[in-house]
Design a protein around this ligand. Structure first.
Ligand SMILES: Cc1cc2nc3c(=O)[nH]c(=O)nc-3n(C[C@H](O)[C@H](O)[C@H](O)COP(=O)(O)OP(=O)(O)OC[C@H]3O[C@@H](n4cnc5c(N)ncnc54)[C@H](O)[C@@H]3O)c2cc1C
Length: 512
């Protein structure tokens, strides 16, 4: 028999298993000697009222053993047909693992470097204030998620089994707490070793990986994709899972030129805002003393509606850094990441507003939103015209549309230059962002303050193009499986990984 109970404990008792057990037995009204096993299934913070408590869901097993929280997959040497996977972000990597699990051979083609070399290239890019177009925060093994906060929270439950993705992360070295935390995250320091473990699993079981290898063409025969060509003119043959992420303009252009069906997609754009983490802790935990010794750095999620347009916070990184995430020179865009401890002094988040396809008056052009996105990134760059330097403004000045005389300290990894960021955005977008900040200030008093900074621009929140695919076969044309965030079917690490799994299964069905 299983008895499920929920208990609440103070933050300092959240790891005190003896105390948690006692409370659970009391709550379930069972005596300790009857309980054969005990399992924590979910942990979340209840900060609605003081004192803040940790909500813990527990299963008590009476007369039986608890099943293990996950069952590791046994990968076997792949012997069956080859499937090409372009891109080694979460979508490509999880597609590779799913193929292996089923005995098929994944051949991974990645334009960037191995994650350890990529780390050095990114550090050099920051040191030398120069964009590296091959290896950066978006390109390379691990994809856009390799140096990130590693948030593993997704609302897209209908896309598949989230638990399967989280379990695979644990098998590849992630802490098992991600299986029970309500807002699991990994941190930029933990992700590279997990990615290396995925790489080794693929190689050890007969998969192949080609780094610094950019796909530049498709091989099509009788309306069926039968392979690809690389920029060095090498050819690879097999059906293709195309998981190239949302940053590669060249791939969208290639698909457009090859008449692969595409459509423009709405996106959200804006700025990254940064506050002191201590301020966010104080307001979210309703205490002048902040988070204290036991609570984690606080998060926030904000939504508003201005002029019938949604304005919202996105990809909030407690205790994190703001990073330059362009993939081309003379473009400027930013994103956020955090280490696993989220122990930094700053809290950053994108604040973005919707841009709809109909706003662009270019309905028939599937690349219209991509062009708009790149135009904003170029306008942002034009304000500063220097490598990875980004324009920034005090938040209060942004709302009042005045250039800041000076800038507060920030975690941004490159140089910042004081500019009025309102100059970047179309009027309507600027108005919505300013209106959104004012409304957030009503929800979190002091949110618009003189020490908070906004840095431009946040443009790559999701794909500006959707690569159309059949909803059953997941193929765009025979042999081509557009996959993950770049194809417009995912947004974030977990949903991209799920789409990778789904595309791998679709490719297996196609071959079989
Ligand atoms: C700094 C940062 C922080 C983020 N933080 C989070 C977070 O905390 N949580 C979260 O859920 N999401 C986060 N994201 C978003 C998340 O990383 C993406 O949603 C996810 O990585 C998309 O996965 P994907 O596999 O579809 O594409 P990507 O991860 O973009 O991978 C695409 C891969 O394809 C490769 N590629 C592109 N073109 C070619 C070509 N022609 N030939 C060969 N290879 C090619 C690229 O080099 C890249 O490695 C963050 C993104 C960034 C940039």
């Amino acid at each position: 028999m299983i008895k499920k109970v929920n208990i609440k404990v103070l933050a300092q008792d959240a790891e005190n298993i003896e105390k948690i057990k006692k409370l659970a037995f009391y709550e379930a009204n069972v005596s300790e000697n009857k309980v054969t096993d005990f399992q924590i299934t979910k942990k979340s913070i209840d900060s609605r009222r003081l004192p803040i408590k940790i909500d813990i869901a527990i299963s008590l097993y009476i007369g039986e053993k608890a099943p293990s929280l996950y069952n590791p997959i046994v990968f076997k040497k792949s012997e069956k047909q080859k499937v090409l996977i372009v891109g080694m972000g979460p979508a490509g990597l999880f597609a590779g693992l799913k193929l292996l699990e089923n005995g098929f051979t994944p051949i991974l083609i990645e334009r960037g470097e191995k994650v350890e070399d990529r780390r050095k290239s990114v550090a050099k890019m920051i040191r030398e204030n120069q964009v590296n177009e091959r290896s950066n925060y978006c390109y390379g093994e691990g994809g856009a998620g390799a140096f990130s906060d590693g948030k593993l929270f997704t609302r897209s439950k209908k896309r598949g089994n989230i638990y399967e993705v989280l379990s695979l992360f644990v098998q590849m070295g992630a802490p098992s707490s991600i299986l029970t935390d309500s807002h699991p995250h990994l941190g930029t320091d933990k992700l590279p070793s997990i990615i290396k473990n995925i790489r080794n699993t693929i190689l050890d079981n007969g998969g192949e990986i080609y780094y610094n290898t950019k796909m530049s063409d498709l091989i099509i025969k009788n309306d069926e994709i039968i392979g690809l060509k690389t920029e060095n003119n090498d050819s690879f043959y097999g059906p293709i899972i195309l998981a190239t992420g949302h940053s590669c303009k060249d791939i969208y252009q290639l698909l457009y030129d090859k008449n692969i069906p595409l459509e423009a997609k709405s996106i959200a754009i804006g700025v990254r805002v940064e506050h002191k983490q201590s301020f966010i802790d104080q307001v979210q935990y309703k205490s002048k003393n902040g988070r204290g010794k036991y609570l984690p750095p606080a998060e926030y999620r904000l939504v508003s509606n201005v002029n019938s347009r949604g304005v919202f916070s996105f990809c909030m990184c407690p205790g994190g850094f703001v990073v330059p995430s362009q993939t081309e020179r003379e473009h400027c865009l930013v994103n956020g990441m955090s280490p696993s401890t989220r122990g930094g002094k700053w809290a950053n988040s994108a604040i973005v507003t919707e841009v709809r396809v109909e706003d662009l008056n270019d309905d028939n052009n599937p690349l219209a939103m991509l062009n708009f996105q790149h135009d904003i990134e170029k306008r942002t760059y034009d304000l500063v015209q220097s490598g990875i330097a980004a324009p920034a403004q005090r938040l209060q000045d942004f709302v009042n549309k005045v250039e800041s005389k000076d800038l507060p300290q920030s975690s941004y990894l490159g140089p910042l230059v004081s500019k009025d960021l309102n100059l970047i955005f179309p009027k309507e977008i600027g108005k919505c962002l300013r209106g959104g900040f004012i409304s957030f200030n009503n929800k979190i008093p002091g949110f618009v303050n003189n020490d908070a900074i906004v840095i431009a621009s946040e443009t790559r929140t999701s794909s500006p193009v959707r690569i159309l695919r059949d909803k059953d076969t997941l193929m765009s044309i025979k042999g081509l499986f557009p996959c993950g965030e770049g194809a417009g079917y995912a947004g974030g690490i977990v949903s991209s990984a799920l789409d990778g799994i789904n595309c791998a299964l679709a490719a297996i069905r196609y071959i079989s």
